[in-house]
Design a protein around this ligand. Structure first.
Ligand SMILES: Cc1cc2nc3c(=O)[nH]c(=O)nc-3n(C[C@H](O)[C@H](O)[C@H](O)COP(=O)(O)O)c2cc1C
Length: 210
């Protein structure tokens, strides 16, 4: 089966792309409104794209009404935000933050997560998150009904015990991030495996023997 994307309707393209390009990492973004209300919302059109400078990217779609989501508006106004990464311990609360709440309501309070002060930016981070990336807005681009926000990471917080201070490796047994599949489906990151560069040789040899 194949699809000509130049002719396919937008919602069908969305379904195919978001169902196939999985699992996607989740940014639970905290930002501050002009009135000083802390906003939190999850975004899975998100990734890290560079390390010099350290860059993350978000893609925020306008609401059906055409207005900008609170996160997008706050980031453009204040040019600062925090990407809180999401593990199993806060998955339910992260999903709760995706409910459309009025700008004067702080999602963190509603779902029961705790604000902790950031060090380089004004929006707070989430205390319970396994890691938090304090970011300033590097650049932004409009593509159709989406705002692509490019952030530069200024400061990183990681839960104690997750980073080996000698090797800087993350303990992948302790760190249990969740990924987004599509709609309200998620996956765990248990079931990891390693591969040696030449593992394919063994497979070829086995295939030759059968
Ligand atoms: C796991 C997850 C990922 C999401 N990813 C995105 C995304 O990448 N872009 C987007 O515009 N909305 C995304 N949403 C929807 C927003 O979280 C939702 O519209 C939210 O209400 C926006 O809140 P805000 O107005 O406070 O910014 C996602 C929702 C969930 C549950």
């Amino acid at each position: 089966m194949d699809f000509n994307f130049d002719r396919l309707e937008r919602t069908l393209r969305y379904k195919l792309l978001t169902g196939l390009v999985v699992p996607r990492p989740i940014a639970l973004v905290t930002s501050l409104s002009a009135a000083g209300v802390v906003n939190a919302a999850p975004f899975s059109f998100f990734n890290v794209l560079a390390d010099e400078p350290p860059i993350v990217i978000l893609s925020i779609e306008d609401r059906a009404s055409g207005s900008m989501k609170d996160t997008g508006r706050n980031i453009i106004e204040r040019r600062e935000f925090v990407v809180n990464l999401v593990d199993e311990s806060i998955a339910v609360q992260m999903h709760g933050c995706s409910n459309d709440m009025p700008p004067e309501v702080s999602e963190l309070k509603v779902v029961g997560l705790t604000e902790a002060p950031s060090l380089s930016v004004s929006p707070p981070r989430i205390l319970e998150a396994p890691a938090a990336l304090e970011c300033t807005l590097y650049s932004d681009i409009s593509i159709g009904k989406r705002r692509i926000l490019i952030g530069q990471v200024r400061h990183l917080h990681v839960r104690d015990g997750l980073v080996d201070p000698q090797t800087f490796r993350i303990d992948m047994c302790l760190y249990q991030p969740v990924g987004r599949l599509f709609a309200n489906r998620y996956c765990r990151t248990g079931g990891q495996f390693s591969l040696e560069k030449n593992a394919y040789l063994e497979q070829l040899e086995q295939a030759g023997r059968t």
